[in-house]
Design a protein around this ligand. Structure first.
Ligand code: GLU
Length: 416
């Protein structure tokens, strides 16, 4: 992977830009450039055909100055240690930007869950906890779902952890099913939180969202809820959506329930009746008002950034835009809501889940929504104002907010 597209090199370059503006002390900067700890694990799993397959995985704990580390676990064939490092850094900034008392971490296993049976996935998930269990814990590091991991996987992991400890400790992992200590509102929290920031962005830009056209790249948890909730909460007209197999477009709008039913049946949004097939690349360049990159890293690069026509790019994915692309978007007036702000709703409700687990007392959906809205709205305005006052793009603005908070915690603790 070239350095230009290596997510960890990108995360370090983004930090360097903020460090320059903040005139960050060199020791603080160096501390924040690297993970505090990382664990590499090797996982033997008996597959359905009786043969043992050996998988490789990681857990990176980036920085815990502000509290226990927090972050999801990804199952992906292209997972690398550098991707996990970058994602754990972004989790650090994410928890700081919404001002929750947690640090950042991330985990990953190199595997293709699409080619694995339910039983194989369960055995892999349990094997991961048998190795990683020694470094996680509700006061140390709390995993959650991410790309291709689900509440069911969190349930297996919580169960395996309970056997390691000898008792239930549901707060060790979030994004669990409701029946096992999950929180109301966790399932759609990433998209919902992102939509709250889009609502606030429209206010500061003076844009009307009712009937505004939108395109969603990626149809996993964040993307599919961005489609349905975008319509429900903001009355957006979602005209295009995509997944790893391709995209679909209908300028009259796409019905979220019908598209979800089609994907459920066929495994992809592609082939949906009444829509034109387009590629993921074409989707990104559509002349829509709001674009939601909601899949993976590095989809908006120096190559296509100049052709992005959306007024707002709401980054539900982690790391969708490269630094070179950021500069082009900023110059062209595209209002970017950067990833670790836009998609912080997931970890915010994960934090609510941890609070509820700690008290064993559960909130209603309305309470979760109100508290999420308050957090996202405050974070959005902190970033927007920072970016405006320093005359930098919103990503640098978000770094300025988060890095200052983490640096302050490290200083108070006497680390630097
Ligand atoms: N995986 C999500 C993220 O990237 C959620 C993390 C969490 O809930 O801990 O923000």
């Amino acid at each position: 992977m070239s350095d230009r597209l290596n997510p960890f090199a990108i995360a370090q370059a983004q930090l360097a830009e903020a460090a320059k503006v903040l005139e960050l002390d060199p020791a603080v900067h160096e501390m924040l450039r690297w993970p505090l700890r990382e664990l590499h694990v090797t996982l033997p799993v008996r597959m359905d055909d009786g043969i043992v397959k050996v998988f490789h995985g990681f857990r990176v704990q980036y920085n815990d100055a502000r509290g226990p580390t927090k972050g999801g676990i990804r199952y992906h064939p292209d997972e690398t240690i550098d991707t996990v490092r970058a994602l754990s850094a972004w989790m650090t900034w994410k928890c700081a930007v919404v001002d929750i008392p947690l640090g950042g971490a991330k985990g990953g296993i190199i595997c293709n869950p699409k080619e694995m049976s339910e039983g194989e996935l369960e055995r892999l998930s349990r094997a991961y906890i048998r190795q990683v269990g020694r470094i996680i814990g509700l006061e140390k590091d709390v995993p959650a779902p991410d790309v291709y991991t689900t509440p069911q996987i969190m349930a297996w992991m919580a169960d395996e952890y309970a056997f390691l400890k000898g008792y239930n400790e549901f707060g060790v992992i979030t994004g669990k099913p409701l029946e096992l200590g999950g929180s109301q509102g966790r399932a759609d929290a990433t998209a919902r939180g992102g939509l709250y920031t889009v609502r606030e962005a429209a206010k500061v830009l003076g844009t009307e969202l009712k009937g505004a056209t939108a395109a969603v790249q990626g149809y996993g948890n964040a993307g599919s809820f961005a489609h349905s909730l975008g319509q429900e909460l903001l009355e957006l007209k979602v005209v295009a959506v995509s997944d790893s197999k391709g995209g679909i477009l209908n300028w009259d709008g796409l019905d979220p329930e019908a598209v979800a039913a089609h994907k459920q049946k066929t495994g992809s949004v592609v082939g949906f009746a009444g829509a034109k097939k387009i590629s993921n690349a074409e989707l990104l360049e559509l002349d829509v008002q709001v674009l939601f990159p909601a899949a993976l890293e590095n989809v908006i690069t120096s190559e296509n950034a100049g052709r992005i026509k959306a007024k707002i790019s709401a980054e539900l994915a982690n790391g969708p835009t490269t630094p070179e692309a950021d500069q082009i978007l900023y110059k062209n007036g595209v209002y970017v809501i950067p990833d670790f702000l836009c998609n912080a709703g997931g970890v915010t409700v994960s934090y609510f889940e941890m609070c509820q687990n700690a008290y064993d007392y559960y909130w209603d959906l309305e309470t979760v929504h109100q508290r999420l809205d308050r957090k996202m709205t405050a974070a959005f305005h902190a970033v927007h104002e920072m970016a405006q006052s320093y005359k930098v793009n919103n990503r640098v603005g978000a770094y300025l907010v988060s890095v200052a908070r983490v640096a302050k915690a490290m200083k108070l603790r006497g680390w630097v």
